[in-house]
Design a protein around this ligand. Structure first.
Ligand code: SF4
Length: 193
C-alpha cells in the first residue's frame, strides 16, 4: 500500500522553487516555531489533505518537470513517505530538492526524525536550518536567511550553475476565488486570499 502524507499545497510546475521547472509540494505541519516564519499557515499538523505517494508520483510524471521541491511545514516530519516519493522520481531521472528547518547535522544525528536517513539519501539539494529573522536575506536565491546552507548532496548539480545565482522570483496564480503566491520568501506567502 502506498504511504500517505498530509499536503498543504501543490504547484505542479513552477520556476520559483529550485532550478528549472519543478513540481513543488508543501507538507502540512512543522514542529518548529521560527520567529518570522514565512509559512505560518502551514505550522499546524491538522488541516492538510491526505495524499498517497502513488497519486503524487503520477502527477509529477505528468508535469514535465526537472524535479521535485519539498517544502513546508517541515518535509522531514513526513520523511518516510517523502523518501518513497523521492526514490521513485529519481529512478525516473528527476531531481529532488528539500527545504528543511533542521540542520544537516541534526538530520544525521541520533535525534533525527524517523526516515531522515532515507530521505537524505534521495536528496540532491538540501537547504537546511531554521529561518533566522535577524539574518533575513533577499539576495540568496530560494533561501530566506544567511544561516541557511545550500548543500549539494549529489553530483547532479554544481554551485557554478548560473541558475543558483539568478535573482529571486515570485509567482502569482489566480484560481477562482483563490490567490496562490510562491517563490520569494515573504510572510504568509502561501495564504489564500
Ligand atoms: S521557517 Fe520553516 S522550520 Fe521554521 S517554523 Fe517556519 S516552516 Fe517551520
Amino acid at each position: 500500500m502506498s504511504p500517505a502524507l498530509s499536503v498543504a499545497t501543490i504547484v505542479a510546475r513552477t520556476e520559483a522553487e529550485g532550478p528549472g521547472h519543478r513540481y513543488a509540494l508543501w507538507v502540512q505541519g512543522c514542529p518548529m516555531r521560527c520567529p518570522g516564519c514565512c509559512n505560518p499557515e502551514l505550522l499546524q499538523f491538522e488541516g492538510g489533505t491526505l495524499r498517497t505517494v502513488d497519486e503524487i508520483f503520477e502527477e509529477v510524471m505528468a508535469s514535465d518537470v526537472e524535479g521535485i521541491s519539498l517544502l513546508g511545514g517541515e518535509p522531514f516530519a513526513a520523511a518516510e513517505a517523502l523518501a518513497t516519493l523521492a526514490h521513485a522520481v529519481r529512478r525516473q531521472g528527476r531531481s529532488v530538492m528539500v527545504f528543511t528547518g533542521y540542520t544537516l547535522a541534526e538530520l544525521q544525528g541520533e535525534g533525527a526524525p524517523p526516515g531522515a536517513d532515507a530521505l537524505l539519501a534521495e536528496t540532491d539539494l538540501l537547504v537546511d536550518g531554521r529561518y533566522d529573522k535577524a539574518t533575513h536575506t533577499t539576495r540568496r536565491r530560494w533561501i530566506g536567511s544567511d544561516n541557511q546552507v545550500l548543500h549539494f548532496l549529489t553530483e547532479r548539480y554544481h554551485p557554478d550553475d548560473p541558475r543558483f545565482s539568478e535573482p529571486n522570483t515570485l509567482e502569482i496564480r489566480i484560481d477562482g476565488d483563490r490567490v496562490l503566491i510562491n517563490g520569494f520568501p515573504i510572510q504568509g506567502a502561501r495564504t489564500r486570499i
